[in-house]
Design a protein around this ligand. Structure first.
Ligand SMILES: Nc1ncnc2c1ncn2[C@@H]1O[C@H](COP(=O)(O)OP(=O)(O)OP(=O)(O)O)[C@@H](O)[C@H]1O
Ligand SMILES: [Mg+2]
Length: 219
């Protein structure tokens, strides 16, 4: 069964009276348990496609079913079933709060998915161990190095053990050892749960079953 089925997904932006065709009709079928790398040059439309598939951005055309739910009519159902690690750019960076403690971020994220108590602490412990954040739990996020912060952002996307994960350039800023640990963690996730979807050139080294490509977004 397909965990992602997209047909003709498109998005245009209006910017200063100009129209940018960021994504022009993406057809995508991803099976359960597949790891897919989505490649393309800067500006090709990878992030825009991921933002549409994760319900954060409304497509201007097209349809999609994501993790068994219709993207347009049941976005909440989609959100419950996915993890998303955004590209670490812009004001919100990859989604972490500089003034929070590392452990607070992990437990708060778990609480948002209604995971609490001992189970949340176990998940936090496992992820800090696998993403090499052990010892940093009581540190403020703003005191982390760039790569440590990126690893925390990745941990947040995985805390609720989603059956489908979207990673936007997850390994940008990570050292070779951390990259390798991340892909090991992704492979281990697949052993007990279905899918990981990776995106962007930062996905280099991803043990992908398939790759898709995005042409350059046109103005
Ligand atoms: N909010 C917006 N308003 C106007 N144009 C936008 C907006 N968001 C994205 N774009 C444009 O859409 C195109 C695709 O952008 P997108 O961020 O999806 O590319 P990308 O493939 O993720 O690139 P990168 O590899 O640099 O992350 C680009 O031309 C970008 O400038
Ligand atoms: Mg991008």
């Amino acid at each position: 069964m397909a965990i992602i089925e997209a047909r003709g997904l498109a998005r245009t932006f209006r910017s200063r009276k100009r129209t940018v065709e960021a994504v022009r009709g993406v057809d995508l079928t991803v099976g359960e348990g597949e790891i897919v790398g989505f490649l393309g040059p800067n500006g090709a439309g990878k992030t825009t496609t991921l933002r549409m598939l994760t319900t954060l951005l409304k497509p201007t055309a097209g349809t999609a079913t994501v993790a068994g739910a219709d993207l347009l009519s049941s976005p909440l159902e989609v959100r419950k079933k996915i993890g998303y690690v955004p590209q670490a750019i812009g004001e919100t960076m990859g989604g972490t709060d500089p003034s929070c403690l590392v452990i607070e971020e992990l437990l708060d994220q778990a609480a948002l998915y209604r995971i609490g108590g001992a189970q949340a602490r176990r998940r936090a412990e496992l992820l800090t161990d696998q993403l090499e954040l052990t010892g940093l739990e009581q540190r403020l996020v703003k005191t982390l190095s760039g790569g440590q912060r990126r690893r925390l952002e990745i941990a947040l996307g995985l805390v609720h053990r989603p059956p489908l994960v979207f990673l936007d350039e997850p390994t940008t800023g990570l050292d070779p050892q951390s990259r390798s640990n991340l892909w090991e963690h992704i492979a281990s996730l697949r052993r007990d749960a279905p899918v990981t979807h990776a995106a962007g050139p930062g996905a280099s080294g991803v043990p992908a079953d398939a790759t898709g490509s995005a042409a350059t977004g046109k103005e």
